[in-house]
Design a protein around this ligand. Structure first.
Ligand SMILES: [Fe+2]
Length: 234
């Protein structure tokens, strides 16, 4: 297994539909280590229509405190962040700096699960300009963006980065082939497991990464790792 940076996880306990308690968080962390992953980002869901930023940050701090010793004892390298859902209620808030990957101006953004409309692009542009943050589009494999080269170009021109979930490598031939083509073209900036729990959404990392290495894509994986470490200031 090559070194791997998981840029998208729901390991923090009691934050969202991810780890339900500290014990599940620790199981997820141990599973990461078992798969030889030592560098992770903690990115719980943030929905602006459910709570103010301040509320989320205080919940996140409490949740982080519950597992920070577990992370430190296991010598895991980590960074706090959030997966920010793009919606109009975001614009009621003054700043998202503390929701970005810590010490960076990069924010993981979850787009609505429907075909991408001009309205969505306008919101993304406004988010980026108003808060001076560069969007990292979470799980690009779940949107029409994944198939649409012209749309990806438009997102790139707005300064967006793309994050791919490794789940795509368990989703059939066409999706796998498309993911590999994007990897080869250097269109993927970040990789992640988006793990939520130890049952239905376990960390799925070493299997797909090893398969990619066996298929000759080790340079692509190494290059993403090195670039993402640098961009996220690890
Ligand atoms: Fe997620």
């Amino acid at each position: 297994m090559l070194p791997f940076l998981d840029t998208h996880t729901h390991i923090l306990p009691k934050m969202d539909d991810g780890a339900k308690d500290q014990s599940e968080s620790v199981s997820l962390i141990d599973e990461m280590l078992r798969q030889d992953v030592h560098t992770i980002c903690l990115t719980p869901h943030y929905y602006a229509y459910r709570e103010p930023v301040e509320n989320f940050l205080s919940r996140r701090e409490k949740s982080f405190q519950a597992i920070c010793n577990d992370l430190d004892n296991r010598k895991i390298s980590y960074k706090l962040g959030a997966e920010i859902y793009l919606c109009r209620e975001l614009f009621n808030h003054n700043s998202f700096t503390e929701l970005a990957y810590s010490e960076t101006r990069m924010a993981l953004i979850e787009l609505p699960f429907r075909p991408i409309e001009n309205h969505t692009i306008e919101m993304l542009e406004r988010f980026s300009n108003q808060y001076n943050l560069r969007p990292v589009i979470a799980h690009i494999n779940r949107y029409d963006l994944f198939k649409n080269k012209k749309l990806r170009k438009r997102f790139r021109e707005m300064g967006c980065f793309f994050q791919l979930n490794l789940e795509v490598f368990s989703e059939g031939f066409l999706k796998k082939r498309r993911a590999i083509s994007l990897l080869k073209n250097g269109e993927i900036d970040f990789l992640g497991s988006d793990c939520h729990n130890m049952r239905s959404r376990k960390p799925f990392i070493s299997d797909p990464v090893n398969t990619l290495i066996e298929s000759g894509f080790d340079n692509e994986i190494k290059s993403i790792y090195n670039r993402s470490l640098k961009t996220l200031k690890f």
